[in-house]
Design a protein around this ligand. Sequence first.
Ligand code: ATP
Length: 815
Amino acid sequence: MDNIFEELNFPFVLKLRASAGAGKTYQLMIAYLWLLSKQKRVSLDSLKSIVALTFTNQATFEMKHRILQGLKDIVLENDKGKALVKVTGLIPSQAKKWLDLILDRYFCFQVKTLDSFLFNLFRLLSLELGFPPTLKPEFNEEFVLNQLIDRLWRISLQDDNIQQVVSSLVDVFLEIEQVHGFNIENKLKSRLREVFFELYKIKKDINLNFDVDSLKYQEKRIKELGNKILNWVDEVGLEFKYSWRKAFLDPIGYFNSDKSSFLNKESIKEMCRANKNKDVLDFSKIDKYFFRFKKELDTYFYLKADLKVKPYIQICSILKDFLADYSREEGIVLPNDWMYLLEQKIKELDIPTIFAFLGERWKHFLIDEFQDTSNIQWNILKFFIQNSLAEGGSVFLVGDQKQSIYMWRDADPELFLNCHRELPNADFHEDTLKYNWRSSPYIIDFNNKVFSFFSSATNEIASIFKLENNRFQSKLKDYFSSLEQSVCEKNKNLKGKVKRFFKQEDWEQDFLRLLNNILENNELSDIAILVRSNEQAKEISSLLLAANIPVISENNLVLEASFVIKGLINFLRFVDDPMDDEKVLSFCLTPICPLENEFILKNYRELEKGLLWDWLKKQDLEEVAFLKYCVQKSAFLSVYELILEIVKEYSLKTKFPDHLAFLNRFLELIISLPKTKVLNICMFLKEWQIIKEKQKLGCSEHIDAVRVMTIHAAKGLEFDIVFLPFLDWNIPRLNILVLEDGSIVRVKKPYSANIASKLEQEKEKHILETLNLLYVAFTRAKRELYYWVEDSDKRKKNIPFLLKIIEETIGCNNA
Ligand SMILES: Nc1ncnc2c1ncn2[C@@H]1O[C@H](COP(=O)(O)OP(=O)(O)OP(=O)(O)O)[C@@H](O)[C@H]1O
């Protein structure tokens, strides 16, 4: 696709479907410049009429950077610029005008994340929707839910009714999940989070009432039907085969021991032994009863699965009320709510009214990572895209179904395949890109082989995951066929390497040894270690930090990761309440306190009675004099002033230069908080508990340190060398399921038909997402890829086992 734009006539829909590193984002940048060249005038309205949407903030930053760099190259008329003039048609004088306009009116440069674009729409229509325009979007749903669950736990200590519901939830949880060991509370909270968000998405009232008697009534009906069938079989002189007589005699007992095979039988005839009557008898009447018997049983399984998890429903309904209060108090709104409202409103209003509210008219849309779009997002976007096409505009969608890793957030990769059908009034073009511009030939070849196995050996894969249905296999084919890429000219001689390690007991030592070897010839920032969860990121960061290897990760950018910030928080806790020995001790033992640890600990141990602070006050020490001053002044100084005092007194900026960025960010944060949150230390500490997890330093590309990040965060990015230390993934076993109608059920055999079908769908989604995640992880490396798996012959270890089979089949000997 050297210059597909030449062939295009407005209005058009252009879809570009290509594998990783093929230059999809790069083509979006080209398309943006090409669209600029097609504008009649260099004007603000034209600039605002082109909207480029990405998936993450990092990708937005990258896209803006690429567009500006492209314009600069054209203006400078360098080699890259000359090539861009050829494909985009944008000449240097025009490019200069656009560049000046963008830099002058940067906020009109419409390159945004999809979320922020949609939220902006919501804000513009907020009065119409009955919300104050000051409302803030809160994308961190997990953070909010943690707050709500903590609130629930606190309230349950005082409120008997809530305590009762919580304790029945704990019972159900322990029984269903069979969890043992430590951290049960955390596991329970995490399960609750999952279920709540599933339920919360269903915009229907949750049915809280469940009548235990209906299960009993159901049992009775089944028994009656069973007896009717039994009697008929006896009367006509037939005999059941195998143990099927028991199934009609005691249906519930029989099925509770997990024997569901006869649910597949079509007629009682199939279940009876041969005798002279069998062939002449009319079974049609009794089969009607048999059909009803099976139907009632199915309902029974469902009711039972539903009853088991009632306490989850009750808790979720309490959390729903808490969420409404919390949203009001904090002035926030969660995506699930505002997107839903926006979608509804857009259906209601007519086009001129909406555009009158918005005051904007978009004509061209460029959308990256389209495979991660959800149906609700698409329904909103579609409205504007259809309008832009009606006015002679365009839409350019790029994506790759096998990189869809946000299905848990409702992304629907099928949309990418079919969305153009909903945009019929425009020329439709589809294209693919065959070169990989990112990686070395070795890595490209390795990935070609590994991932084409997914589409060529669908049977084997389906059997590994025990999901032998046609739909799953055809999806595998859809996602992973025709993915093979060729090496581009510029990377032809790029050296590359892929190496697999088996995880031995002391794998960490081997891991560090390899890393140190690689660092002899590479920069720290060439290396990325990609993991699946934040816990793994913490684990690997600690390993590297203990070996004195600088690391940058989401976690160590959290302000609290700095011991100076931790020390300052302990200082505030102590000043706020010096009569609490624990608080005094915690502060005195932090590295920012100049008092000797030994001196404090020894005296604390020997202090027979009285308070630590009373004893400390009597010590004639300069350091203590300062602390006394702080305690006395604490009621008169603001939190900010107190922190400034200690920073100055203990020379924290010069003593701990590595923590300067954290310190500055911390001070900035205190100033930026509303007055009500910093009126006194106690209020600030309360606020800190809530906000601390979100307070982070920005990450600069230029910091020389190894990157540690999740695969989700690494999507769309590339690194010279990639390490994947934890590929021991399994497909999680589902114990609880939320059905389409909003009921939660326990997953335990025998399943009712609706549970079995939903379970299969969920399993399929998890497997595809896991395979996609593997694809994203393996395709981030430019030069070298190293990964660690357990040496497993067991099918239970899904991904290690799959990788082993692939290795044996395709004969890639990379060990
Ligand atoms: N035509 C091209 N000429 C030169 N370099 C290119 C070209 N296309 C892409 N690249 C470079 O190749 C790398 C990968 O491109 P890009 O990030 O656009 O790929 P992608 O298809 O979006 O990848 P992914 O799906 O993995 O996010 C980038 O460094 C990009 O600058």
